[in-house]
Design a protein around this ligand. Structure first.
Ligand code: ARG
Length: 592
């Protein structure tokens, strides 16, 4: 079905044509004076120049024709030549009736699905997730869901960091703590133990310790570098130990991402790209793309017209070691070979933007990607505390994601228990659901590229532009629907059988108009990779619903058909809101 604005525009275009003017003048927009009308068309103004006629005269002629159309309840030509429009309630109600029947509420899905890989999450093995990783996970998950909803074939890849110096550091620390383990004995030929020699909490404590020591102690650092080298050259014991680290850590990461309602289709790691490096390096050399500069192998990526210097992309260091970008380039090769994507989207801290410019240019110039493969960088800003500095714990340390989630859960639990008496166990579960909405919505409602302030009080509030407010609205609707069914002693399906009648009141009509905005908002969010568009829409819809709710006696309505129509409007609002929050990556409880 057509979007409401397109549909109205086509009617108004027709009116222009019938009146003897060009169709293209009939473009309609949402009114910027909602007190006067719902929609407006400024085409008569442009027409005045084209036809050398007073704009008001054109507008009046067009309005005469529109007056005969069913879709509008009001059409007015106003000085100097605006056309002010309001929809007829019956046109609007049948539009919504049809929208409710559509599988995707009128969203125009891709005719030909694009294969899209989203590189997000980006956790590093054996390092605890910190709040910086939160943004990548939350934004990437929402974009994945949105692009999928729009009909694309989307794969989310966590792209774990498991191949750098951090692995050498951990191995070194394990070696210092347990020198007797067989992993470090080059002469050992037996089977290595199946059990990892550490738990996840030990692992998390090992990493910071090793980092600290390597900063203070040159010999320790040299050992860590050596261990990294041995691992990367697959020395048997080091490799086995690395696999233990990986297993223990990935299990923990999965648990963490699960609790965020974030899931990945691919659990690929930096190490998975390593086998592609030798072939890629050969190719770059053979085709003359790469050259040796001061011993290092580089590809120039500066382009004419650059306003700032873009340094060459280094492929191999002078000692032959590969780098972060070597892995990213090899990952592109791997992705092409295995999944042949039309597009790859990277959801990464915007401080890595220059880096990705180098990688993308290099991949393009050297034809590691096909010419029509889109490479897109979605850089996000920093999450700050109320003091405007990167978010810290109360003690001033780096905030771990788990702690942050625990804090918000506690805060939500307190609020829910304070609001009304509930069973503590149930309140715990509800608190978790609501807390997740607070965290995710707080993040997603800001434009991704901007820094934002993580304000616990604001984000957990049941009022204002927050996740809990949207959930509260959904819960309110669910409870009215439940009461309706209970009072009338009806089965759940009865809600589906209600149909929408033309809106009687002003608030009701505003709610109906807001409902028509779902598909355009989602499509725009997808096209611009901008989940905040969905948040903005859900907030507006929730506001309109709550205004309607406060002004209307829904269940006390005497006329049965009218009451049923309210129920149908409630049900459509609920479905749209629930679909919307699902695209943001969270869900609503039944009660709160
Ligand atoms: N692991 C990296 C970090 O923590 C993020 C990875 C981003 N993705 C990529 N393809 N480089 O900074």
């Amino acid at each position: 079905m057509e979007h409401i604005l397109d549909l109205i525009s086509s009617y108004v275009s027709e009116a222009f044509e019938i009146a003897g003017y060009d169709r293209s003048l009939g473009k309609v927009t949402v009114s910027n004076r909602p007190d006067l009308c719902e929609y407006q068309c400024n085409g008569a103004m442009a027409g005045a120049k084209l036809y050398h006629r007073p704009p008001l005269q054109i507008a009046e002629a067009v309005v005469d024709i529109i007056d005969g159309m069913d879709a509008f309840s009001k059409a007015e030509a106003v000085r100097p030549g605006f056309i002010n429009l309001s929809l007829s309630p019956s046109f609007l109600s049948s539009y919504l009736q049809e929208m409710g029947q559509e599988d995707y509420f009128g969203v125009h899905r891709a005719e030909k699905p694009a294969r899209i890989i989203i590189d997000y999450g980006g956790a590093n093995v054996a390092k605890p997730l910190h709040v910086g990783h939160l943004r990548s996970a939350v934004i990437g998950e929402s974009i994945k869901r949105t692009l999928r909803y729009l009909g694309n074939d989307v794969l989310g890849d966590v792209h774990l960091g498991d191949w750098g110096l951090q692995m050498g550091l951990i191995i070194t620390e394990v070696r210092h703590r347990h020198p007797e383990l067989p992993y470090f004995d080059e002469a050992f030929t037996g089977e290595y133990p199946k059990e990892a020699p550490f738990t996840i909490s030990e692992l998390e404590e090992i990493y910071p310790e090793a980092t600290r020591k390597s900063k203070e102690d040159e010999a320790y650092k040299a050992e860590a570098l050596d261990a990294t080298y041995r691992l990367q050259h697959k020395q048997r014991g080091y490799y086995a130990l690395w696999q233990h680290i990986l297993n223990v850590s990935v299990k923990d990461l999965k648990r963490n991402y699960d609790s965020l309602n974030v899931t990945f289709d691919l659990w690929k790691k930096e190490s998975d790209a390593q086998p592609y490096i030798p072939g890629m390096v050969d190719y770059l050399k053979k085709n003359g793309y790469a050259h040796v500069d001061q011993g290092a192998l580089v590809v120039d990526v500066a382009e004419e017209g650059d306003t700032k210097k873009i340094p060459p992309c280094m492929i191999l260091k002078s000692d032959g070691a590969s780098l972060y970008n070597t892995t990213d380039l090899a990952t592109i090769v791997m992705r092409r070979e295995k999944w042949d994507p039309d597009e790859i989207i990277y959801v990464v801290d915007k401080r890595q933007e220059l880096y990705f410019t180098q990688v993308f240019r290099c991949a393009r110039k050297t034809k590691l990607v096909k010419d029509d493969t889109k490479l897109e960088f979605l850089g996000f800003g920093t999450m700050n505390g109320k003091d405007g500095k990167p978010f810290k714990t109360r003690q001033g340390g780096v905030m771990r994601l788990e702690l942050l989630i625990r804090d918000i859960n506690e805060e939500m639990y307190r609020k829910i228990m304070e609001n009304h008496e509930t069973d503590p166990d149930e309140a715990r579960k509800t608190a978790q659901t609501v807390a997740l909405s607070a965290i995710k919505y707080g993040d997603l409602s800001n434009q991704a590229s901007k820094d934002y302030v993580f304000d616990v009080d604001k984000f957990t509030s049941f009022e204002g532009n927050t996740g809990p407010y949207i959930l509260y609205t959904i819960v309110r609707i669910k409870s009215i629907l439940r009461r309706y069914l209970a009072e009338m002693k009806l089965p759940a399906e009865a809600v589906e059988e209600c149909s929408i009648l033309p809106a009687a009141g002003e608030a009701e009509k505003a709610l109906c108009l807001a409902l028509t905005g779902f598909a355009p908002a989602v499509e725009e969010a997808g096209a611009q990779l901008a989940p905040h568009r969905i948040c903005g829409y859900l907030y507006q819809l929730s506001n309109e619903f709550n205004r309607f709710y406060h002004e209307t006696r829904i269940l006390a309505e005497e006329k049965e058909e009218q009451r049923k129509s309210y129920i149908a409007e409630l049900e459509l609002t609920r479905k749209v809101l629930e679909q919307g929050i699902d695209l943001l990556g969270f869900s609503a409880p039944d009660k709160m």
